[in-house]
Design a protein around this ligand. Structure first.
Ligand SMILES: Cc1cc2nc3c(=O)[nH]c(=O)nc-3n(C[C@H](O)[C@H](O)[C@H](O)COP(=O)(O)O)c2cc1C
Length: 186
């Protein structure tokens, strides 16, 4: 698939099953991710691969983080979090590794990590796999980093779910460019 077709046709895939991208596809996917624009060449990215039984352990940790922040969490919400990682055979957690820099503010490092996450989505799609970017409130809870083994200076920007698509995807939304694009002439 050529680059423009991949960019024009990416569509989030909420229902994902085996097979997940294998070693060769992962190579291509992470090569794409590591081409994210990166001010100051800080390489402000970290990717955690979660698959197999580790997904169950991730779900337990997410539920524990949510319960720590809100001891009154409902059983329904807790079960949802425990099961969330089982929605795809492969998860890629993308974190921004924020670094002190006199010329690259945190926002730029976060954006760079977001671009890397987008590259994972596009590359997966170009290879014929489905993917979806998810977060949810647990992403921003203070206990998440230690639950995932991340440093305090890191910020999770995406839980990317990857696998093979089942079912129909939604029609691609058709946006009018004019609603978003205009000339700025000073
Ligand atoms: C930072 C970020 C976080 C997101 N979190 C969620 C989420 O938690 N759950 C969800 O269903 N979609 C989430 N989305 C939206 C989906 O990834 C996707 O963009 C949306 O379903 C629309 O599909 P489309 O992008 O293929 O048109 C998130 C998107 C971004 C950029």
């Amino acid at each position: 698939m050529d680059a423009l077709t991949a960019l024009h046709t990416r569509n989030s895939a909420p229902s994902l099953v085996e097979p997940a991208p294998g070693p060769e596809a992962r190579d291509a996917i992470f090569t794409a991710a590591l081409r994210a624009p990166d001010h100051g060449r800080l390489r402000p990215w970290r990717f955690l691969i979660v698959e197999g039984e580790a997904r169950g352990r991730l779900g337990e940790r997410l539920a524990a983080v949510a319960a720590e922040a809100n001891p009154g969490i409902s059983e329904q919400e807790s079960v949802k979090l425990r099961n969330a990682p089982m929605r795809a055979p492969l998860l890629v957690i993308v974190a921004a590794r924020l670094q002190e820099s006199p010329k690259v503010p945190e926002i730029e490092q976060m954006l760079s990590a977001g671009c890397a996450a987008h590259a994972v989505l596009i590359a997966s799609h170009a290879l014929g796999f489905g993917a979806i970017w998810r977060t949810g409130p647990v992403t921003y809870l203070p206990g998440l980093n230690s639950a995932l083994g991340l440093e305090e200076s890191e910020r999770v920007v995406a839980f990317l779910y990857l696998g093979s698509i089942v079912g129909e995807l939604k029609p691609l939304p058709q946006h009018a460019h004019g609603d978003f694009v205009s000339s700025w002439e000073g």
